[in-house]
Design a protein around this ligand. Structure first.
Ligand SMILES: Nc1ncnc2c1ncn2[C@@H]1O[C@H](COP(=O)(O)OP(=O)(O)OP(=O)(O)O)[C@@H](O)[C@H]1O
Ligand SMILES: [Mg+2]
Length: 259
């Protein structure tokens, strides 16, 4: 049987872990205006692993940032569970981000003065929460950082820094994890371990993961793939295989060139 810490997976629930409704995001004004998100509606169900794919500049990072309350939206709605992010004042938003959301950034965003372990537990330290030691050990072990916990980011390779960022997002058992190309800087073995770990946290802990990736193999770890182009959702694939994802990407490519 599956484990059910805090009963998250006790029964299938209709409530989405996160939901965007007609979400728009416009950067800049006039000549330099960019419509990064153009009416995106998408639901991320609890205990589901979703991959977001699309060409560079299609709005993937913007979507993640808006859904995680890291950026304001221009229109529409972004919800985490039942909470409408646009309705929250700064303090409440910060609290919600801290308690419910894990974010793995495209750039790792580690604090240079803290060592790996301190970086991993920082969000919990700020929140005044004690880490679950067994879980923390498991996370650290899985991302292969046991021998590097006392090292500062500058003393770690790019891949190791990325693994610290992954561990930091997972350590507090957030309800939803947004990961922006979490394996972009990893060799294929470390990448596979991180992807497997994310998938296990979905299967066994009922966590919800939304992950941006350019890699069809990484996307094949997910339960579904959502494709973005020019700030819009253009397609969706369930139970993806790497081949099916690649095939779909090729078709978009061909369309892009002929239109
Ligand atoms: N802070 C910003 N100010 C102005 N324009 C921005 C800003 N952030 C993103 N954009 C623009 O919004 C669009 C979407 O950017 P976004 O970073 O979401 O793309 P992406 O799909 O994540 O691309 P990549 O795969 O290269 O990371 C791009 O055209 C980008 O230039
Ligand atoms: Mg991006």
């Amino acid at each position: 049987m599956t484990t059910t810490p805090s009963g998250v997976q006790a029964a299938p629930r209709a409530t989405a872990a996160a939901r965007a409704t007609d979400l728009t995001k416009v950067y800049g004004e006039g000549e330099t205006q960019v419509v990064a998100l153009d009416g995106v509606s998408v639901e991320f169900r609890q205990a589901e692993y979703t991959a977001i794919m699309g060409p560079s500049g299609s709005g993937k990072s913007t979507l993640m940032h808006c859904m995680a309350g890291l950026d304001t939206v221009s229109g529409g709605s972004a919800r985490i569970g039942d909470v409408e992010l646009t309705s929250l004042k700064d303090k409440k938003l910060t609290q919600l981000r801290r308690d419910k959301i894990g974010f793995i950034f495209q750039a790792f965003n580690l604090l240079p003065t803290l060592n790996a372990l301190e970086n991993i537990t920082l969000p919990m330290d700020i929140a005044g929460r004690k880490p679950d030691q067994a879980w923390l050990d498991q996370v650290v072990d899985t991302v292969g950082l046991s021998g590097r916990l006392k090292h500062r980011p500058a003393q770690l390779s790019g891949g190791q820094q990325q693994r610290v960022a992954v561990a930091r997002a997972l350590a507090g058992k957030p309800e939803i994890i947004f990961a922006d190309e979490p394996t972009g800087n990893l060799d294929s073995r470390s990448g596979a371990e991180v992807l497997g770990f994310l998938r296990n946290s979905v299967r066994e802990l009922g966590q919800t993961v939304v992950m941006v990736t350019h890699d069809p193999v990484a996307a094949s770890y997910a339960d579904r793939v959502v494709f973005l182009a020019d700030g819009r959702i253009v397609d969706e694939l369930h139970d993806p295989t790497a081949e099916a994802v690649l095939d779909r990407m090729k078709r978009f490519d061909a369309k892009g060139r002929t239109s």
